[in-house]
Design a protein around this ligand. Structure first.
Ligand code: PMP
Ligand code: GLN
Length: 391
């Protein structure tokens, strides 16, 4: 047997997999990995079941079912005012695959790639596997703002790609129009490809429609926009996503995708196409449910003396452990809380390489209200135990 590639040999399981494994082992409440625990929408299950029974179960076209590619265009036209055509959309097996395809298509050995930390866990390893060098800019809590000076300092003649995740997981914050304009301007001036991970675009609680980096001047011919049905419908296991890009770039993306998964299960593509075509009123109750859960967790945490960071999107709230009277690092707290308090969480430091904050904990609120209350009760009791230990 030949030795494993050093990149993979040295790699740990993802923090999401690690914490969900611990949650199962300790029968803990899992507020770690992001997934909603509500039953899936009946219409989506019915659509997938109907497609399984009535449509082809053989390979769909590599670039995706035309019906889904058209549905993605119509959805973005309606919700975000973007004008895309079918040729600009490539269906993938989730956003994770879309990211891999985009990085493999546009990052060549020796290229530098700008990342903002906290960064989704696949970005840096995939950039390295493509032969590129990640150049990370650390954002700072509680606001996680983008700074023009930091960005200018990070760009070199070798910079070729910038990856932006907006809204930002784990923080749940949204870049301002001015920040997006500043980032777009840097991409245009330095001729960068922008990989825009916008999977949280439709999970917003600030009443503001999502604004894609792709919509800024000069970006339509250099932006790759990534979306995921997993987030839009709260069906994370479906692993159905897509890439949107100008036609020539989309073809290159499709060629990368054809040797990753080639295609995505057709029944799920049919069901997602049908779902994207539903009116806004169909989406509203699920959004209202997530919004109520967000409020409930934020209020329960605040009442129990935890400091909750500002956020406007995603299924996540972050707490500042130090400001909440907890001296442990986020990693120590998270590892101990899952076994000792029965609550799984995500230490935000796991999404930083090198220096970064060590006192921010991410909690997923897309859960039933009583479960959220119980999780907060357990976390507060655990904090009291820590204080008693110290005394
Ligand atoms: N990017 C970000 C920022 C995410 O939060 C996630 C999933 N939580 C993904 C990509 C991956 O999405 P998918 O499950 O569709 O692969
Ligand atoms: N992105 C999801 C989260 O933030 C997890 C995805 C995964 O487990 N790979 O929780």
């Amino acid at each position: 047997m030949s030795p494993a590639h050093p990149l993979y040999a040295a790699m740990e399981p993802t923090i999401f997999e690690h914490m969900s494994g611990l949650a199962r082992a300790h029968d803990a409440i899992n507020l770690g990995q992001g997934f909603p625990d509500e039953p899936p929408h009946r219409d989506m299950i019915a659509a997938a079941a109907r497609a399984l029974a009535e449509k082809s179960n053989q390979y769909p076209p590599a670039f995706g079912l035309p019906e889904l590619r058209d549905a993605v265009c119509a959805f973005y036209a309606r919700r975000q005012g973007l004008m895309l055509t079918r040729e600009q959309v490539i269906v993938t097996s989730g956003a994770t695959e879309a990211l891999a395809a985009a990085i493999l298509a546009f990052v060549a050995p020796g290229d530098e790639v700008i990342l903002f930390q906290p960064a989704y866990d696949s970005y840096a390893p995939m950039v390295r596997r493509a032969g590129g060098t990640p150049v990370s800019i650390a954002l700072t809590p509680p606001d996680w703002r983008y700074d023009a000076g930091q960005l200018a300092a990070a760009i070199t003649p070798r910079t070729r790609v910038l990856i932006l995740n907006d809204p930002l997981n784990p923080a749940g914050t949204v870049a301002s129009k001015a920040e997006l304009a500043m980032i777009a301007d840097a991409c245009v001036r330095h001729d960068l490809v922008a990989i825009c991970d916008e999977v949280w675009e439709d999970v917003r609680f600030d009443g503001t429609p999502h604004r894609s980096l792709m919509s800024f001047p000069g970006m339509a011919d250099r932006a790759v926009k990534i979306g995921s049905a997993g987030k839009i419908f709260g069906l994370t296991g479906w692993k159905t996503g897509w890439l949107c890009a100008p036609p020539q770039m989309a073809t290159a993306l499709g060629r990368a995708h054809q040797f990753l998964t080639f295609t995505t299960p057709p029944a799920l593509q049919w069901a997602v196409a049908e779902g994207l075509g539903r009116p806004d009123s169909w989406f509203a109750p699920q959004r209202e449910g997530w919004s109520a859960s967000r409020r409930r967790l934020a209020e329960a945490l605040a009442a129990a003396g935890f400091t909750v960071l500002p956020n406007a999107a995603t299924w996540f709230l972050c707490i500042d452990l130090a400001a909440s009277g907890i001296a442990l690092s986020d990693r120590e707290f998270s590892e101990r809380a899952v076994s000792e308090a029965g609550v799984a969480s995500i230490p935000v430091s796991a999404l930083f390489e090198g220096d970064g904050p060590r006192h921010i904990l991410r909690l997923c609120f897309a859960k039933e209200g009583a479960l959220l209350d119980e999780a907060v009760r357990r976390l507060a009791a655990f904090r009291d135990t820590l204080h008693a230990e110290k005394a």
